[in-house]
Structure formats: structure tokens, C-alpha cells
Design a protein around this ligand. Structure first.
Ligand code: GLN
Length: 546
């Protein structure tokens, strides 16, 4: 059987959780045995989100092949086993860029180049490229909201797509919101009707609707929506608020979403086996002991900016059977003794990636506290760089040591650009990006965690540990426990004489999923759990006067 295509659009408002809904559908179909892949179409003009501020756009997700993409690709990889690549995220910027390049190259043979058909054809060819041999279902999420000017070419492209591959091979799913008016104590269906109307004006009749609502809604509402949106009541599904996002596939399955998708697409699959998801949700919602992890960054006010970090911490907490409590620490506020002392009440400190000098000195002070007070520490990318600077200054006596990203004239540039990076001026995609191999040192914490000799992890940075200063760091006890196979780059450092102090140059958070928590996150949480338990024990001992 040929590839089937599912298109997911959104209406009424943004931030409906379309990415999670799309990923959940992928999860269910995969659990039934289908080979799925997913794609995100972003209507903005940036070529990729690599240059966008995390304050505005949330985290930049990095794929194994080194593409800087929308964070929804993170949901797709966490909810399924599919591997995302640069083909799985398309932006208006990319589409126009390649059409304009072709035009300059003379590929259009004198034609007037237009949105329809040239832009729409380019979009369709990107979608079609994901189908074919080895892929049963391609699920395409269209970013933005129906009615946006920018998303029109994408909607036109997916409308036409059904004619190219056959209507029987295409399914349109529309996700909307049913707002609740508290004064009237009523769920409102009108915005959904309008949104579907807008979609039909463009020529797309959704096959099924998924409606976000505060709580499950009754059959009356379901029938009303069905009637006015031109679908059967059994084609209106509910996405009510849940305590745990990994429960969404289960919520969809209970309502028979898979059966309706399969019937409409003429597909046959096994009934999805979701027992492992049920177990993860149980662990995530019922663990009794609470572990407090401090995350010190400059984007902590924006939850999406560290999305994959928070998710990886949650996967690790489920693996350790503890409840995760994230303590968000604004690194700019880490200026005085008091705020640093407060770190003693956390069970582990994580410093995530970042760019620019803002808040860095606060992070470095926090590393000192973690290192000298035996607080489990996990540094990621910029977090490794802060750890190395801190160690150089305070354990090796290299006064004023720094990264040249923050102080170009530092006397001890322990973190520096590689010569090859120095001449680069283009701000897009000029970093060390994507998967690189890394060899782990025998009897290191990293080696213990991974249980293998060689790993491959995803990078996104320009600066590296300066090899010229590596010997002095090593002499004072910083172990380079992960290096490039030719030993030319340090990828992981750790301190042996500490309960758990590990920092890596790569971004392990992009390879963690609920079903396979990342080994470094898992061991970091295990160390934090030990600290929590010993604290509980000593508090108990104090109380009983022992
Ligand atoms: N700003 C640092 C660099 O470019 C760290 C990047 C990151 O944390 N992703 O090397």
C-alpha cells in the first residue's frame, strides 16, 4: 500500500498543543505497527529558527543531521521512534529561497514565477519527498492558525495534494478550541464553526475535528459541532486538559481516534499496545518522593525556552521513581551570598545551554557552590563552559579565566573559538551542529551512565574547551571523560571527587524520550535522589535526637 498523508491544521487560537496532538497521533499509529514520519510547516520567513530569540520562539531543536528546527520536532521524536532531519521542518523562508534560487538559475524557462503554482509546488514536493518506500504515514502539521495570511500557500498546497495522491490517501484533521465562558457556565462552539468555515472557504473540508476544552464535553456539544462543521458526531474528538502530556495519546485512543483514522484512510493496523505509556504516566503522576532540581538560566521566565531540558528531566524522574520539582533560578539574580546559600536546599543543579554574557557570572558562582558543597551538578553546553571557567579560576588559580565569548581579552581563555570558526560572519548555521561521535574514558561517570565506549550526541555551539589549557585543568583534577575519537575536542568533563559533577559540550536533552530516558539525565537524577534521601534521613535523625 502507498503512503498515507495526514494534515493537521489549527484554528481559533495558537498554542493549542497542535504539536503534541500531531505527535500523539504518530505515537498511536506507530504503536499499531505503522512506520510514521512527521513534518512541521512553519509559515514564517526565517529560513530556520536558529536566529530567533528563545524568548519569542522557544527552544531551537537540533536534529541528528544538524538542522536547527522548530521545537515541535522534539515532540515528534519524544512520542515516536522516528528520526527527524532537516527534511522534516519547512519554513516559508526555505520555500521562497529555493524557488528564487531556481528562478535565478533559469529553471522556470521564462515563466512568470508565482505563489500558485511555483510556491505551492515547492511545498508539495517537500511533503511528497517524505513519503514513499518504507513510510506508511506522513503526518504534516501546518503551523499558525487558519485565517493567517502567511499560512495560505501551505493550505492551498495541502488542498491540492489530495488531487495529486488521491483523496482516499489523505486525511485532514482540524484542531480547535472550545472556550469556556464562566459567567454563562458554557462551552462555546461558535469559534470552531467559524474556523471550519474559514477552512472550507479555502476548499478543505476537515475529516475529523479535535476540540480542546477545559473538561470533557457532552454529546449535545459533540452533535452540535458535528452538524455545523459537516462531520459525523463520531468524528468530533475531545482533547481536554490533562495533568500529564504523555497521557494525550491514551485520551485519544480511548475515544476510538485510531479506528476512525484507519477506516477513513482504508488502513489496517494492530490495536495499539500502549502499556508502556500507561506505565510512564503512572510513574510521572504518582511518585511520592520529590526531588528538587535547580535550573539556572537566563530564559527561565519562558517555559518553552528549555522545553527539551524539562522533558528530559521528567523522563529521568520517571526512571528514578521520583516526583520532579523544578526550581527555576534566574542566573542574573545570583549575585549575593544569600541567593547562593539558597542553592543548598536543592538536590541538583543544572545549567543549560545559552548565548551571550548575560547571567554568566551568576552561573559561575552557582557552579562554585555546587562544586564545593557536593550538590550534584549537570552542565550542558554553556553549562560546561561555565563549569570549566569556574574550575580554572577557583581550583587551578587561573585568575580571570574566561570564555572569549564573554571576555575577548582574558588572560586565560579556557573556552575559545576554533581557528576555523573565527572568520565566520553569516549568523545562520555556522556552529558545530548535529551529531558527533564521542569516546568515553574507562571508569568515568559518563562511561558508567552510558554503559558503552562510543556515543553520538547532538551539538549546537561555536566555542570549545581550549586544548592549550587542557593539561592544567587535568592536573588539578578535571577529567576529560568524553572526547572526539581523535582526541582533538573535549566533549565531557567531570570531577571524580564529588557526588556527581558532569558537564557536556553537546545537548543530551535532544535524545531523551519517556521510553528511553537519557543516561546522563537518569544518573544526574539518581544522584539528586541520593542527596534528597540523605537529607530526609539526617532531618529524621535530628528530630529523634540521634
Ligand atoms: N554560547 C556557547 C557557544 O556558542 C554555548 C552554546 C550553547 O550553549 N548551545 O559555544
Amino acid at each position: 500500500m502507498g503512503t498515507k498523508y495526514i494534515f493537521v491544521t489549527g484554528g481559533v487560537v495558537s498554542s493549542l498543543g497542535k504539536g503534541i496532538a500531531t505527535a500523539s497521533i504518530g505515537c498511536l499509529l506507530e504503536s499499531g505497527g505503522a512506520r510514521v514520519t512527521m513534518m512541521k510547516c512553519d509559515p514564517y520567513i526565517n529560513v530556520d529558527p536558529g536566529t530567533m530569540s528563545p524568548f519569542q520562539h522557544g527552544e531551537v531543536y537540533v536534529t541528528a543531521d544538524g538542522a536547527e528546527t522548530d521545537l515541535d520536532l522534539g515532540h515528534y521524536e519524544r512520542f515516536t521512534h522516528s528520526t527527524m532531519s532537516r527534511l522534516n521542518n519547512v519554513t516559508t523562508g526555505q520555500i521562497y529561497k529555493s524557488v528564487i534560487d531556481k528562478e535565478r538559475h533559469g529553471d522556470y524557462l521564462g515563466a512568470t514565477v508565482q505563489v500558485v503554482p511555483h510556491i505551492t509546488d515547492e511545498i508539495k514536493s517537500r511533503i511528497a519527498a517524505l513519503g514513499g518506500e518504507g513510510t506508511d504515514v506522513v503526518i504534516v502539521e501546518i503551523g499558525g492558525t487558519v485565517g493567517d495570511i502567511e499560512s495560505l500557500p501551505f493550505l492551498e498546497a495541502i488542498r491540492q495534494f489530495a488531487f495529486d495522491v488521491g483523496r482516499e490517501n489523505v486525511l485532514y484533521i482540524h484542531l480547535t478550541l472550545l472556550p469556556y465562558l464562566s459567567k454563562a457556565q458554557e462551552l462555546k462552539t461558535k469559534p470552531t464553526q467559524h474556523s471550519v468555515k474559514a477552512l472550507r472557504e479555502i476548499g478543505i473540508q476537515p475529516d475529523l475535528l479535535i476540540c480542546r476544552a477545559r473538561e470533557p464535553f457532552d454529546e449535545n456539544n459533540q452533535r452540535k459541532i458535528a452538524m455545523f462543521c459537516n462531520v459525523a458526531p463520531g468524528e468530533v474528538f475531545q482533547a481536554y486538559d490533562v495533568d500529564e502530556i504523555y497521557r494525550i495519546p491514551l485520551v485519544f485512543r480511548e475515544q476510538g481516534l485510531v479506528e476512525v483514522i484507519l477506516r477513513k484512510l482504508g488502513m489496517d493496523l494492530d490495536s495499539p499496545d500502549m502499556s508502556d505509556w500507561e506505565e510512564i504516566c503512572r510513574r510521572l503522576t504518582t511518585a511520592a518522593d520529590s526531588v528538587r532540581i535547580g535550573v539556572a538560566g537566563k530564559y527561565i521566565s519562558h517555559h518553552d525556552a528549555y522545553k527539551s531540558i524539562y522533558e528530559a528531566l521528567r523522563h529521568a524522574s520517571a526512571a528514578n521513581n521520583v516526583h520532579l520539582e523544578v526550581v527555576k533560578i534566574d542566573s542574573e539574580a545570583l549575585t549575593d551570598e544569600e541567593s547562593l546559600e539558597a542553592l543548598d536546599s536543592i538536590d541538583g543543579l543544572l545549567i543549560p545551554g545559552g548565548f551571550g554574557a548575560r547571567g554568566v557570572e551568576g552561573k559561575i558562582r552557582a557552579v562554585t557552590t555546587a562544586r564545593t558543597h557536593g550538590i550534584p551538578f549537570f552542565g550542558i553546553c554553556l553549562g560546561l563552559q561555565c563549569a570549566v571557567v569556574e574550575f580554572a579560576r577557583n581550583a587551578c588559580g587561573l585568575t580571570g579565566a574566561n570564555s572569549t565569548e564573554f571576555d575577548e581579552d582574558t588572560e586565560h581563555p579556557v573556552i575559545d573559538l576554533l581557528a576555523t570558526q573565527r572568520s565566520v560572519t553569516n549568523m545562520g548555521g555556522t556552529m558545530r551542529l548535529g551529531g558527533y561521535d564521542c569516546v568515553l574514558a574507562e571508569s568515568s561517570r559518563a562511561r558508567e551512565a552510558y554503559g558503552v565506549h562510543m556515543i553520538r550526541e547532538r551539538h549546537r555551539h561555536r566555542y570549545e574547551l581550549n586544548n592549550r589549557l587542557r593539561p592544567v585543568l587535568e592536573e588539578h583534577g578535571l577529567l576529560a571523560s568524553g572526547t572526539a575519537p581523535d582526541n582533538s575536542l573535549v566533549e565531557i568533563v567531570e570531577i571524580r571527587d564529588h557526588p556527581w559533577f558532569v558537564a557536556c559540550q553537546f545537548h543530551p536533552e535532544f535524545q531523551s524520550s519517556p521510553l528511553s530516558p537519557h543516561p546522563l539525565f537518569r544518573e544526574f537524577l539518581a544522584a539528586a535522589k541520593r542527596r534528597m534521601l540523605s537529607r530526609v534521613e539526617s532531618a529524621g535523625a535530628r528530630r529523634s535526637g540521634r
